[in-house]
Design a protein around this ligand. Structure first.
Ligand code: GDD
Ligand code: MN
Length: 371
């Protein structure tokens, strides 16, 4: 059964009478032109417009089109998961019915998965991606949601995209708890995957009908993020867990560095009688070395790569990033105190936080990028 189709295109719908026939047509067209045997699954939440009869007529003519009408547990994510369950091929692709997602890109998603990626994500927020004709309010909401999602998945530029493809094994048996609009987050958080690619695309606002995004969706979204974090913490597996152990370890190492720094400053100044600015310089450098060693051995575990030259390379990079962090810390401290009139110890906390974020992000992506 599974060998009949190369790809299952899942189209969730709710009242899409203006678009559904055209999108089915477009998907069929693109796939047959690129030689992809695709089945199309329309998963409808019992629309009260003409969506159902229109699709029924099409299923009578095209044997690769199926319609699932859901009667309970209304929702976009739930519909997508039902689509996963009903799909007959090994690669699933989700696309909106309203032409917000360009069907011409379907072959690229398909090829990305066939070439080895577990997930292929259509991204609006990477180079080449964009959003057309969105009102400012929606842009801000979406950017906020995306930023929030990136806390969980720092590598993914658009973790709330509705346009993505996924390999069957990733979602088969995964404890997905779909709610709201952001099914991709759920797949990223709970699915079994190792690699992903992102494909830039330009999101076009629906030409026909209206968006069904409501305010409750925002609340659902926050609840969903908490659920994913909880899953990561309780199961201790998955990409969110792996990433967050790094953040926590990096933080612990940073704390140890503060102790080294303060202790040495005190000992060198009070016991050895060295001028305090000189002891401070020695203390700072020693704490940088301390942090590097622990991060290299523990946070980013690079035991396999013991080659001295490479380690030295990483050290130089870490040193440079740390100096940048120091500058950021000082700058924020100075600005908050002098311009903002904030108490200097509180201001310094903000400085430390910003420097920490900087140090982690830059080191994660440059110093230890291959780990
Ligand atoms: N089955 C089902 N049930 N389908 C639904 C439901 C539902 O409750 N709500 C919406 N859909 C379908 C629509 O018919 C459409 O095909 C698709 O899901 C997207 O719905 P829109 O209402 O057009 O969504 P949007 O344009 O506001 O949101 C888009 O952007 C989000 C990211 O900001 C979608 O692409 C989302 O998938 C995406 O997460
Ligand atoms: Mn839309």
């Amino acid at each position: 059964m599974t060998e009949r189709y190369d790809l299952s295109v899942i189209i969730p719908t709710f009242n899409e009478e203006e678009n559904i026939a055209a999108i089915i047509d477009a998907v069929n067209d693109v796939c047959s032109k690129s030689g992809i045997q695709a089945e199309i699954l329309v998963v409808d939440d019992n629309s009260d417009d003409r969506t159902i009869p229109i699709v029924q007529e099409i299923t009578g003519q095209c044997e690769n089109v199926r319609l699932i009408v859901r009667m309970k547990d209304h929702g976009l994510s739930q519909s997508v998961v039902d689509g996963f369950r009903a799909a007959r091929s090994d690669i699933f692709l989700i696309i909106d019915a309203d032409f917000s997602h360009p069907p011409e890109l379907i072959p690229r998603f398909y090829e990305a998965i066939r070439d080895g990626a577990d997930i292929a994500i259509g991204s609006r927020y990477m180079k080449g991606g964009d959003i057309e004709e969105w009102p400012l309010k929606r842009r801000i909401l979406s950017l906020g949601a995306t930023a929030f999602g990136r806390i969980l998945f720092p590598e993914v530029t658009d973790p709330v995209s509705g346009f993505f493809a996924v390999r069957r094994e990733v979602v088969d048996g995964a404890p997905l708890a779909p709610k709201g609009y952001k099914i991709l987050m759920e797949v990223l958080g709970k699915g079994r995957w190792r690699s992903f690619v992102e494909i830039p695309f330009v999101f076009r606002d629906r030409a026909e009908g209206e968006s069904k995004l409501r305010l409750e969706t925002m609340l659902d979204y926050i609840r969903q993020c908490c659920g994913i974090l909880w899953f990561a913490v309780t199961h201790r597996i998955g990409p969110v867990w792996t990433e967050w152990t790094k953040v926590v370890r990096f933080g612990i190492v940073g704390l140890s560095g503060i102790f080294v720094n303060m202790g040495l400053l005190y000992v060198l100044t009070e016991v050895a009688g060295i001028y305090y600015l000189v002891s401070a310089a020695i203390a700072i450098e020693t704490s940088i070395v301390n942090n590097f060693v622990w991060n290299d051995l523990w946070t980013f575990k690079s035991e396999g790569k013991l080659r001295l030259r490479r380690r030295l390379h990483r050290f130089v990079s870490f040193q440079a990033v740390s100096m940048g962090g120091l500058a950021i810390n000082m700058l924020i401290l100075y600005l908050l105190v002098e311009v903002g009139g904030i108490y200097y110890l509180i201001a310094n906390l903000a400085g430390i936080f910003a420097a920490f974020a900087w140090n982690f992000m830059i080191n994660r992506h440059f110093t230890w990028k291959s780990i």
